[in-house]
Design a protein around this ligand. Structure first.
Ligand SMILES: [Zn+2]
Ligand SMILES: [Zn+2]
Length: 167
């Protein structure tokens, strides 16, 4: 067994063929052959650290995506409400712009919700007071003739509002 190094990983030569050591280690650990679509991800980013606790099996497509996102560009943004600067990955930026009806970006759910139309906030207030009064989402929908999904969406948003950050 001859050890030889290639750019990013350790390779072992066996019967004239090169094998990535991390794959052999994981196969031994799992006691089965890895499938062609199974990659091994090095958790700490060091391709030479083949300790089994540093290795993770990931389906190839997801693995490529993960590293593409990691390499991805970061975008500097300014919150429309509080003017705070924040940085998000490009894919997240594209997603938020696409989703945003106003075209504005917000540093947190709190800021985003602070400029919701008043009508929606009124429904939030109503739901909060009913929940404080002991009603369930189901009971609130029934009592006020709301669509049940609408009530749950509001409850979800109320919960989100108490969190600080979107990401
Ligand atoms: Zn990886
Ligand atoms: Zn803000």
């Amino acid at each position: 067994m001859v050890e030889n190094m290639k750019a990013k990983y350790k390779y072992l030569s066996r019967n004239g063929k090169n094998h990535a050591e991390h794959r052999l280690i994981m196969e031994k650990h799992l006691n089965r052959k890895l499938r062609d679509n199974e990659d091994i991800h090095h958790v700490n980013g060091d391709g030479f650290d083949n300790g089994v606790e540093n290795l993770q099996v990931i389906i190839h497509g997801q693995h490529s995506r993960f590293h593409a996102l990691q390499r991805g560009k970061k975008i500097n943004c300014v919150c429309f409400v509080c003017n705070k600067h924040f940085v998000i990955p490009q894919h997240e930026y594209r997603y938020r712009i696409k989703r945003s009806k106003s075209g504005n970006l917000f540093c947190s759910n709190k800021c985003a919700f602070s400029i919701l139309p008043k009508r929606l906030l009124d429904i939030d207030d109503l739901i909060i007071s009913e929940i404080n009064g002991g009603l369930t989402g189901y009971a609130i929908a029934k009592k006020h003739k709301f669509d049940r999904k609408t009530v749950y969406n509001h409850i979800k948003r109320i919960n989100l509002m108490s969190n600080k950050s979107v990401s």
